[in-house]
Ligand binder design. Structure first.
Ligand code: TXA
Ligand code: MG
Length: 357
């Protein structure tokens, strides 16, 4: 299949430029489009064949439900049942934006879209291109992240081309996603609202609106031996992993740097190049290996924005092993570490203790 690339300048674009992609969506075709979180791979949420094609293009297990993207809050009435009043309060506070709500699904939503579940995930993106495309298509757009299953999510059209060229109908190139990490997912179907995936909207922000909110146990998992099953089906899969094994090194900055530098020398002696996931503040202290900078430690948003791109970059370099700094101590840290821990298969090293945990 030939994939059409449609370049859109987000500073100034017209609806006509999106008309072709919108028509493709209406016709049951697949369109990758930018959102403020990551790129999405969109198809008609009410068309079972379109969702089947999404699963196929991504190589994704079909029990892993898709998020339904909407252009106005009104859509909740058609997509969901027994919508709690808290959903409307969250919509008021955070939509359009990087928040996905899990609600009881209506009969109209096919189970092919929800991975067989009786609940549906709904999000209204704030990205202008995404919003205009959904509105123009006139349909609800089911969209997982536009990456091949298991790979880091895509934050640029180039990433989408790498993973999905030839497998989907259209890729809209709208430049880099502003946030760079997937949306926060909050499940409103239980007694207490539950965060199934941490993201840009923090637990504290949700608590301000909801009163009480808890994390799904699996979100806080720190080691591979903790056998908790994630409530979001997609969160249980291996994810984001670069080709080379990745280790997170945790501790005081000087200790982390010293440890990684020592490892780089050891690996070099055996002919292996070490990849290092560093930051603007620390990159100058690395004396060997191949250093990639995810962003600026003092500005966690830059690290969120650069993380998936950096993880992908390692694959092009032929590094044999990757060491990453840790990012727990900032407001976005929970979301960043959640993705990084998955990418690392929960391998954390504490240089000053008894090795790996
Ligand atoms: O930011 C985002 O959410 C991006 C953009 C494109 O909107 N989308 C995204 O979709 O990350 P995806 O499919 O890669 O991740 C959706 C996650 C999966 O872990 C899935 O299992 C979970 O949401 N999910 C979807 N529907 C669910 C449901 N009904 N109950 C529980 N988890 C659900
Ligand atoms: Mg995904």
């Amino acid at each position: 299949m030939k994939t059409e690339i449609v370049k859109i300048n987000r500073e100034r674009f017209t609806e006509e430029e999106l008309e072709f992609a919108a028509r493709c969506l209406r016709e049951g075709k697949l369109v990758a489009f930018p959102t403020e979180t990551v790129y999405g791979l969109g198809g008609n949420a009410f068309d079972a064949t379109a969702s089947a094609r999404i699963y196929e293009a991504k190589g994704r297990p079909s029990d892993n439900p898709l998020i339904v993207h909407i252009a106005e809050t009104e859509a909740l009435k058609e997509l969901a049942e027994d919508v709690p009043e808290s959903a409307y309060r969250l919509a008021e506070a955070f939509w359009p934006g990087p928040l996905t709500m899990i609600l009881k699904k209506s009969d109209k939503v096919p189970k092919t879209t929800t991975g067989g579940l009786d609940t549906v995930a709904v999000r209204m993106p704030s990205d202008e291109i995404a919003a205009a495309l959904i509105r123009l298509s006139g349909i609800y757009v089911a969209a997982p992240s536009a990456n091949a299953s298991g790979r880091p999510s895509t934050t640029k059209a180039e990433h989408v081309i790498e993973d999905l060229d030839g497998k989907i109908d259209v890729i809209i190139d709208g430049g880099a996603s502003a946030i760079g990490l997937e949306s926060t997912i909050v499940d409103l179907t239980g007694e207490v609202p539950l965060i199934l995936r941490p993201g840009y909207i923090s637990a504290e922000q949700l608590a301000e609106v909801l009163g009480e909110v808890q994390f799904d146990e699996a979100v806080l998992k720190r080691s591979a031996s903790e056998n908790v099953v994630a409530k979001a089906p997609g969160m249980k899969y291996r994810h984001y992993a670069p080709k080379a094994p990745l280790y997170i090194v945790e501790g005081k900055s000087e200790e982390v740097i010293r440890f990684i530098n020592t490892e780089a020398v050891k690996h070099a002696a055996e002919g292996r190049i070490v990849g290092i996931l560093a930051t603007e503040e620390t990159k100058k202290y690395y004396t060997g290996g191949m250093v990639f900078c995810a962003g600026k430690r003092a500005d966690a948003e830059t690290i969120a924005a650069g993380l998936f791109d950096t993880l992908r970059s390692f694959d092009e370099t032929g590094v044999g092993v990757i060491y990453s700094e840790s990012f727990a101590d900032n407001p976005l840290g929970t979301a960043i570490m959640n993705r990084l821990l998955k990418a690392a298969g929960y391998h954390i090293i504490h240089p000053n203790e008894d090795g790996e945990h």
